[in-house]
Every structure is written in structure tokens, then in C-alpha cells.
Design a protein around this ligand. Structure first.
Ligand code: 5GP
Length: 203
């Protein structure tokens, strides 16, 4: 059985990384896709765990080689999902989670209609701003820029199959797990299941 490709988008301050971390801690068959980016690392970020940090030249070399499943420019930087690690895990039957913005998510939905798409949102714009500021890692200019992008990305909510409001992290993580459990149980995702039994009944 092929695995589940899960696309999670949401504005800065939605709490995506915290929620995803909470969900992934409980499951060993879930793989978080580490993206490539030209943005500089934040103090707490680790190369190869949070992102593959690289210069514009290296990024565009990968792009020209067709190594990205999707890529985009966001807030002045390039971000891209590497094709090979994602496909390897999916072929292994694992769940692969992409934390990507709306443009990249749209590319993935078009290429892989079987992908599960989830839009994660903070309860309000004020809360998004509060969370962004509480990181304490970004300049005022970056925060304003990100808030502007935040407002813009709500325009794309209708493209997603699920919308989840992140108020309490543990509750949101449970909702995400419930979505993934239900998606895995879809008849269409389990074509070979009970094949022999079905055949006998029909015959
Ligand atoms: P940040 O700089 O805060 O880590 O991420 C900024 C935005 O880029 C977030 O919305 C995040 O989901 C998105 N992002 C991270 N990696 C990728 C990627 O590989 N592709 C796309 N399209 N967006 C990404």
C-alpha cells in the first residue's frame, strides 16, 4: 500500500510546527519532510532537521535538476520540497507530512490528488501576531511582512479538504490524528484489503 501524503498549510503563528511535532512524537511511521530554503537559520534551528539551509545558487541548481516536488518564493526567500525522500517514504507505506505554504500546497494537490490537505489556523489574527512576536527571533519588518502574508493566505482556505483551528495544542494534535486515522481507513486507500474474500463472495 502506498503511504499517505499530507499537506499542512497555515499562516505564521498558526502553531503548525508545534502541533506537527506533538503528532509525530506519537507515531513512528510518520515522516516530516525537511525542506530546502534560502532563508537563514533561526537560533534554535538545526540543519537537516528543520531545513536544509542553502544559498540561492545551490537552491536553483536543485530546481533546474528537477529535484523539487514543489517550490515557491515566500517573504523574499525560496522554499522547496525534495522529491526523492518523499517518494521513498510513500513507497514504503509511510505517512509523509509537508508543512508548506499555499502556493506549494496547490502544486502538490494538483500533482497528487490523493494528498490529504489541511489548513491550520490560529483562532484570530491578534493571536497570530502575539505568537509571532513571542518567538522573539524576528525583526519588526519581518513580522509585519509575515502578518501581511498571513492575511493573504486565508484566501486559499477553500482549496483544502480540512480546516483546523489551533487553540489548544493537544486538542489540535488529536484532531489531526483523527483526520489521518479516518483518511487511512478510506476504502479507496485500501484497494487490496480482503481481496480474496471479496472475490469468493462475488463468485
Ligand atoms: P518559515 O520561514 O517560518 O520556516 O516558513 C515560512 C513558510 O514557508 C511557512 O508557511 C512554511 O509552511 C513554508 N514552507 C516551508 N518549507 C516549504 C517548502 O518546502 N515549500 C513551500 N512551498 N513552502 C514551505
Amino acid at each position: 500500500m502506498t503511504g499517505l501524503l499530507v499537506v499542512v498549510s497555515g499562516p505564521s503563528g498558526a502553531g503548525k510546527s508545534t502541533v506537527l511535532k506533538t503528532v509525530m512524537e506519537k507515531r513512528s511511521d510518520m515522516f516530516f519532510s525537511v525542506s530546502a530554503t534560502t532563508r537563514s537559520p533561526r537560533p534554535e534551528e538545526v540543519e537537516g532537521k528543520d531545513y536544509f539551509f542553502m544559498g540561492f545558487e545551490a537552491f536553483h541548481k536543485l530546481r533546474l535538476e528537477g529535484r523539487f516536488l514543489e517550490w515557491t518564493q515566500y517573504a523574499g526567500h525560496c522554499y522547496g520540497t525534495l522529491y526523492d525522500p518523499v517518494m521513498k517514504r510513500l513507497n514504503n507505506g509511510e505517512t509523509v507530512v509537508l508543512d508548506i505554504e499555499t502556493n506549494g500546497a496547490t502544486q502538490v494537490m494538483e500533482r497528487y490528488p490523493a494528498a490529504v490537505s489541511i489548513f491550520l489556523t490560529p483562532p484570530s489574527e491578534a493571536e497570530a501576531e502575539r505568537r509571532l512576536r513571542s518567538r522573539g527571533t524576528e525583526s519588526e519588518e519581518t513580522i509585519c511582512n509575515r502578518l501581511e502574508v498571513t492575511r493573504g493566505c486565508f484566501r486559499y482556505i477553500d482549496r483544502y479538504q480540512y480546516i483546523v483551528i489551533n487553540e489548544i495544542i493537544e486538542e489540535t494534535a488529536k484532531t489531526l490524528e483523527a483526520i489521518l486515522t479516518a483518511e487511512r481507513a478510506r476504502t479507496g486507500r485500501n484497494p487490496g484489503l480482503f481481496a480474496d474474500f471479496r472475490k469468493q463472495r462475488i463468485d
